[in-house]
Design a protein. Sequence first.
Length: 337
Amino acid sequence: MSDAEGSHADHASPGDDHDAEHLSVTVPSLMEGMRVDRALSMLTGCSRAEASRMIADAVVSVDGRPVAKASSPLSEGSLLEAVLPVVHEMVVEPEGDVDVVIVEEASSFIVVNKWFDQVVHPGAGNVQGTLIAGVLARYPEIAELPAQGCGEANRPGVVHRLDKGTSGLLVIARTPEGFHSLTEQIAERSVQRRYLGIVEGRLENEQGIIEAPIGRSPSTPTRMTVRADGRAARTDYVVLDRGATSARTLVALSLHTGRTHQIRVHMAAIDHPIVNDPRYGQRNERALDPDRLALHAGRLAFEDPATGAVRSFVARWPEDLGPLGFDEEAAGWLEGA
């Protein structure tokens, strides 16, 4: 969205050139001296040959430097990162014990409120316990969508995603009509997505527009960065509240595009990274779970594929991020047109 020490995968957004997942792991003492290809195989379940191909494709790095040889030994404490192959052939199985918060159930879609630690769909390193597995247990008809030309077997009905560490609203298609309409609306940028986030430092301007292209970092392929040859990206922000110590700022954020880690990259680019984001800022909030970004997708609005009516949904600030002290202003911004 999910960048704590240990292994995990981040999830790319539709429209990204490399619709991939990312591994980031601090090398433990047990892997001291281990070959990179063997470590990748152990961490992801891929074969040594697949790990070697990843290294040859220059998508594996150690401490920010691309790995040149599969036999390179690892050192304890180093940061091993890799862009993992997308698992297209995996068929997700329903899991009734996965907690799913249903916000709205309609004929062609459902809206859910994702927990911050939920991975949206299966992929390398996250095969079970995903949000879509829980959704399938409740709406089994969604599993038929890939066979109808609507998406992939490992992500049936999924038209957009949130990073594991981000909480909030997500729409999932139930029918082919819903899938095609929602993906088209996202492509046309007519879906309204509003977020609340806490950023480091004091934002002096009351509002602003960050319009900067985003692409993969040439030195660290598991990171996104602002770069001239990246894909166009725009994020708008409005300051809602500044902390008493001026150490942090609550901001409202609107996405006009959906690039991988867009909000996180854009806020870091202006030196105000999202709180508790070690990939683009730092892990420095002990009150939060290590995987918890101080970022919440609070509003989602789109045209109902079945009726044409504009539907809007709001998810209030989650309790695990602590009391805001300014709920009324934040809620007003989310609920506003």
